[in-house]
Design a protein. Structure first.
Length: 431
């Protein structure tokens, strides 16, 4: 899954600077380094707060401006169990379970007899082909086939709303996404209603090999038959919550949608479990990059198509008919690329530099002869591999696995080889 998402400029700069400090002090990322490098919001800034903002502050969260929200980049309370370096937090997620607040993301509920048709118009998802309580990663394309946002779409059922479509979009993209949906609703004209569920609920990601074990213990619900991408209703702290087995770390795990009146209690309940540690933006970015997942605004944007991003699979098979009565926006270009790969001139690829500092976004990718054939879109030092990793868009045929290239970092050239992604094996659960 691509998820989570667009980092606002200040927050992304803070995280990248923190990760850079991590490479200079490989054993750990010091609290002093993070505090000096992060760019917190000014005292006068009016940022949105999630329902568990006070919990973050109480646990020593270093708060930054993240897509207009006050969110923790790391927890720094001296001596507290949740105070981990980015390296240690990343490793904890891979070995146990980490709890992330992703309530800044925007949830949408689509109802009405034409809801599925509308969502199929504005995404590449085969909504009608989904089994009940099953979701899929998708994208919201523009009319030229570029990506407005990446998104999770689920065919859902509840006693209150019956059959409907549940969707989650990125916080940084939500304003333009919602404007786009409003414009398309005006053109669509069918029976469909958009309910925005944003700051009135909690949305938490519990990630790692022990995440499901924790949730089963708290809920008494057996999840052994629930595969990655499937959802179910579950009672936590006496309240029905929508639980989806998904995530943005490459690990098994869940995202939990919690009604407002129980949001703090459920967060506290999850946080207090012995297997669980709080995790924040720094670890989240490292985890998603190790898993080879895209970050919107960096690895995806409105000029990049799904086939170019290596995301052809987000276009459902039932959506690939050029003669469809309900084609998704941008289908002409996207389907043309799917049918004729020669139309694709560049592709997203993984890179493994063999030395030097990490290649960050914008670093040139060259052949050994100095020909520029691409650019890095994300890069870091992998906490788990202890090696530099990166991804970027590379011209064909230089994107092929095993191609020897070089990256330009601070004016110096370092050897790099194209590799398959993910960099760290993913562990998505299939029942």
């Amino acid at each position: 899954l691509i998820r989570h998402r667009f980092l606002a400029g200040g927050a992304h700069t803070a995280i990248m600077a923190a990760m850079a400090a991590m490479t200079r002090a490989p054993g750990r990322l010091s609290q002093r380094a993070l505090l000096s490098l992060a760019r917190p919001f000014s005292a006068g800034a009016e940022l949105k707060k999630t329902l568990v903002h006070a919990e973050h502050v109480q646990d020593g969260g270093k708060m930054v401006d993240f897509a207009g929200y006050s969110m923790p980049v790391q927890y720094t309370k001296a001596g507290a169990p949740h105070t981990l370096s980015i390296i240690d937090s990343t490793k904890w997620t891979r070995e146990s379970a980490s709890l992330f607040d992703v309530s800044h993301m925007c949830s949408i509920r689509w109802t009405g007899k034409d809801a599925s048709d509308f969502v199929e118009r504005v995404t590449t998802a085969d909504v009608k082909g989904l089994a009940m309580m099953r979701g899929t990663l998708s994208v919201i394309p523009n009319e030229s086939g570029g990506v407005i946002d990446d998104t999770m779409v689920t065919k859902c059922y509840s006693d209150e709303h019956g059959e409907h479509v549940y969707q989650v979009v990125n916080a940084g993209c939500a304003p333009k996404d919602l404007k786009h949906f409003e414009e398309q609703l005006g053109k669509f004209g069918g029976d469909v209603k958009m309910d925005i569920l944003w700051d009135s609920r909690g949305l938490y990601a519990l990630q790692g090999p022990k995440a499901v074990e924790v949730l089963q213990r708290l809920s008494g619900v057996d999840m052994s038959k629930v595969s990655f991408g499937e959802s179910l209703w579950m009672t936590l702290e006496g309240v029905k919550c929508l639980v989806t087995r998904c995530g943005y770390t490459g690990e098994d795990g869940v995202e939990v949608f919690v009604p407002e009146d129980a949001a703090v209690k459920v967060w506290q309940q999850l946080r207090e479990q012995p297997e669980v540690r709080l995790a924040a933006l720094g670890a989240r970015d490292a985890l998603r990059l190790e898993a080879g997942l895209c970050l919107y605004g960096h690895d995806l944007d409105e000029d990049i198509t799904p086939p170019e991003a290596g995301l052809s699979w987000v276009v459902g098979k039932a959506r690939r008919d050029p003669a469809s009565k309900n084609p998704f926006l941008g289908s002409e270009r996207i389907l043309a690329q799917l049918n004729d790969r020669s139309l694709i001139k560049k592709l997203r690829a993984g890179l493994m530099p063999s030395g030097g500092p990490p290649a960050r976004e914008g670093a040139a990718i060259e052949t050994a002869e100095g020909q520029v054939v691409g650019a890095v879109t994300s890069g870091t030092m992998s906490p788990c591999l202890r090696k530099n990793i990166a991804m970027g868009y590379i011209e064909k045929p230089f994107n092929k696995k095993g191609t020897d290239l070089q990256v330009v970092v601070r004016g110096k050239r370092y050897p790099a080889t194209t590799v398959s992604m993910p960099f760290v094996p993913t562990k998505y659960y299939k029942a």
